[in-house]
Write a protein that binds this ligand. Structure first.
Ligand SMILES: NC(=O)c1ccc[n+]([C@@H]2O[C@H](COP(=O)([O-])OP(=O)(O)OC[C@H]3O[C@@H](n4cnc5c(N)ncnc54)[C@H](O)[C@@H]3O)[C@@H](O)[C@H]2O)c1
Ligand SMILES: [Zn+2]
Ligand SMILES: [Zn+2]
Length: 344
């Protein structure tokens, strides 16, 4: 008889069901992962509410996960059963123009674990061995489960070419905005200005490393110009996803600055871009979506070596059986920057 496992299936928007399913068997080139801990991210909330990847339902979401390598499929070498691991969730087709250039996030056939296919809110998952990254035993699962969200932030900073000594404005101090602030601090950006309409969120981001916090939108321009001798910042990260804030971002970056386009807008939103200013000032806009490959490795390295303060991200957790309560209660817990599901 096949051994069974639990899987939290989102059967329709707003409703999880814990179902019993056979534990999958890893095929050639695959690895069976015993899931231990999984973060809930904004994308999961969009899926939960039926606003994203609705075609995938019923499905098992969950893409911010860590676990233990349980079994190796045929031909898999270099990985050790029993070791902790995190997994790059992006599966390229392997054959298209973009995959050949390792630009997997642009692969037209890309699948993402927990978004367009079943993910990690389950006891076990089979994943391609090439996407498994071993992690040190000593690092808590709660910290390892932050690798994927941090990898998105790492990629954005890489794309926007942030280096030490650069000034930065982070718009939005949600969970991800807070990670942007922490990464910028680690890189050595200065000064770091953060803005959010929530004064509590601004206070959190200042405690996490921002130099200047602004919660009154009417004060933002003055604060940015006062901190940069009237130039605007070298880098602006939009981490909310509102067209009006993108427009503000364009006005607050310095000549020759970079906009990290990060917060997800609706499909119709457009960026107001003055062509002549773009030419004359050599401004740039750098999009980034998710994190993959080196972004995951670098995010893991930063977490392993304690470069990110994870306390506010790891204190709220629910067992897998209570996944419904975990999702339902997120709006009531704004101080919890992250909610995690403990699977094992
Ligand atoms: N590009 C990527 O790789 C990637 C990865 C993860 C998340 N995202 C996106 O990044 C954004 C941030 O993620 P999150 O999880 O922190 O989102 P969130 O919704 O939890 O937080 C957004 C923050 O923005 C603030 N806010 C809302 N309206 C505002 C306004 N008008 N002015 C100032 N602040 C305002 C809110 O108070 C909140 O603190 C989202 O759009 C998310 O979809 C992008
Ligand atoms: Zn996510
Ligand atoms: Zn491809």
């Amino acid at each position: 008889m096949t051994d069974m496992m639990r899987a939290a299936v989102l059967t329709e928007p707003g409703r999880f069901e814990i179902r019993s399913r056979p534990i999958p068997t890893p095929g050639p080139g695959e690895v069976l992962i015993r899931i231990t801990r999984v973060g809930i991210c904004g994308t999961d909330l969009h899926i939960f509410h039926g606003n994203y990847a609705a075609d995938s339902l019923p499905m098992v979401p969950g893409h911010e996960f860590t676990g233990t390598i349980r079994a190796l499929g045929a031909g898999v070498g270099g990985l050790t059963p029993g070791a902790k691991a995190v997994v790059d969730m992006n599966i390229g087709c392997g054959a298209c123009y973009w995959c050949r250039r390792n630009e997997i996030l642009n692969c037209p056939h890309m699948r993402q674990m927990g978004i367009t296919m079943d993910g990690a809110f389950a006891d076990y998952m089979v994943v391609p061995a090439r996407l498994v990254i071993p992690a040190p035993e000593a690092v808590p699962d709660a910290v390892l489960a932050l690798t994927e969200p941090l990898s998105c932030v790492v990629r954005a900073a890489r794309k926007a070419q942030v280096t030490f000594g650069q000034s930065a404005l982070v718009i939005g101090a949600g969970p991800i905005g807070n990670l942007h602030v922490q990464l910028l601090r680690t890189i050595g950006a200065a000064p770091i200005i953060v803005t959010d309409r929530s004064a509590d969120r601004v206070a959190m981001a200042v405690a996490a490393g921002a130099d200047i916090g602004v919660s009154d939108p009417a004060q933002l321009r003055h604060a940015v110009m006062a901190a940069t001798e009237g130039r605007g910042t070298d880098v602006v990260v939009e981490s909310v996803g509102q067209p009006a804030l993108y427009a503000e971002a364009m006005r607050l970056m310095r000549r020759g600055g970079h906009l990290a386009a990060f917060g997800l807008t609706g499909p119709e939103a457009e960026l107001p871009l003055n062509i002549l200013d773009t030419i004359l000032h050599e401004n740039s806009v750098k999009g980034s979506v998710a994190g993959m490959g080196q972004d995951m490795h670098d995010a893991l390295t930063l977490l392993v070596h304690g470069r990110i303060d994870t306390a506010a991200f790891t204190r709220a957790s629910f067992p897998l059986e209570q996944i419904q309560q975990a999702f339902d209660s997120i709006p009531d817990r704004p101080d919890d920057l992250k909610t995690q599901i403990v699977v094992a």
